[in-house]
Ligand binder design. Structure first.
Ligand code: TYM
Length: 334
């Protein structure tokens, strides 16, 4: 890593499949930003534990997410790509920051409220303190930029609040991070219910596109996507279905909304939906091919996992040395 560049950090949970929402809201932006920053991309397997996971599936999903990071074009030579659980400093800093975070702050988190409704039988303490672990992820690496989808903005705000409080007591220990939200694709909505976000954990598979979905299935899901009354293809809040499809189309093709509206001026909803599906397939088919290649290359992936953790730990430990001293832990005798 070179020192002149600023640090970029982001992560994704290995729970379920990587969705088109994850891709357009996060991954796609990471690939364009990666060379302008010292970039660190984490697979946040510790966060995934807040919901009950099948161990074998979690282990596989974590590896699959890593291979999808590579398949979308993240460069493992240039960036650090690693599993959160391989770097114990995340847990260590998270505990410390828990002691600098108020219950009231965590109580306000909308994701906590949503997830505790969804998993009413398992509202564990980890779910509640999830944003503190996320703050630890970011602050450990002296991160300046955090490219995420819109749903993570509140978590970035609490991270900044925790960092401000900590720095206020101990001096400038942490760099103040900022969220980066892309212009398109920051909030991809569910295909069957465009008033709610597309989510990996949705039980209705027709709501979500996974980037590893079969191309035929992708087109079918778009064909079935809910549209709105009327027949105009325009970007408007009264037409959440069409608005979502137009956003997806523009995010995958790089076209502007105006250009897309013009292009589909004389089309019906049916043709439009197929066109969106085809554009998505064109964008993700090459990713699927690369993913298949990585699957065959176990040693190469193992090497990335190993070196990623080593590099990440070195940086994280540097921050932790400072933090331990500042808060008054006794020095280790070596
Ligand atoms: P996760 O795993 O839910 O999602 C990963 C990324 O995808 C974005 N995203 C979306 N963007 C647009 N439309 C959607 N429908 C959509 N769904 C998801 C998310 O905003 C995110 O950027 N807490 C985080 C993971 C995390 C993290 C971090 C992120 C843990 N530590 C530190 C950044 C920095 C999460 O659950 O993301």
């Amino acid at each position: 890593m070179t020192d002149e560049k600023k640090v970029l950090f982001s992560g994704m949970q290995p729970s379920g499949y990587v969705t088109l929402g994850n891709y357009l809201g996060a991954l796609n932006n990471w690939t364009t930003l990666q060379y302008d920053y010292n970039s660190i991309f984490c697979i946040v397997d510790m966060h995934a534990l807040t919901v009950r996971q099948d161990p074998a599936k979690l282990r596989k999903a974590a590896r699959d997410v890593l291979m999808q990071y590579l398949a979308v074009g993240l460069d493992p030579e240039k960036n650090i790509i690693y599993f959160q659980s391989h770097v114990p400093q995340h847990a260590e800093l998270s505990w410390i920051l828990n002691c600098y975070t108020y219950m009231g702050e965590l109580n306000r988190m909308t994701q906590f409220k949503e997830k505790s409704q969804k998993h009413a039988d398992n509202i564990n303490a980890g779910l509640f303190t999830y944003p503190v672990l996320m703050a630890a992820d970011i602050l450990l690496y002296q991160t300046e930029l955090v490219p995420v989808g819109e749903d993570q903005i509140q978590h970035l705000e609490i991270t900044r609040d925790i960092a401000t409080r900590f720095n206020g007591i101990y001096g400038d220990v942490f760099t103040m991070p900022e969220a980066y939200i892309g212009k398109t694709g920051a909030r991809v909505m569910a295909l069957q219910d465009p008033t709610k976000k597309m989510s990996k954990s949705d039980e209705n598979a027709n709501n979500t596109i996974a980037i590893l979905d079969d191309p035929k299935q992708i087109i079918n899901k778009f064909k079935r996507a809910v549209t709105d009354s009327g027949n105009e293809i325009i970007y408007s809040d009264d037409k959440p279905g069409i608005k979502n499809l137009l956003s997806i189309y523009c995010a995958v093709t790089g076209k502007t909304i105006k250009e897309a509206e013009k292009e589909f001026e004389n089309s019906g909803y049916g043709d439009f939906k197929i066109a969106v599906g085809e554009a998505v397939v064109a964008k993700i088919e090459p990713i699927q091919k690369k993913f298949e290649e990585y699957q065959k290359n176990k040693d190469y992936i193992d090497e990335i996992i190993k070196t990623g953790a080593e590099k990440a730990e070195r940086i994280a430990e540097k921050t932790m040395r400072k933090v331990r001293r500042k808060i008054g832990y006794p020095d280790k005798i070596r």
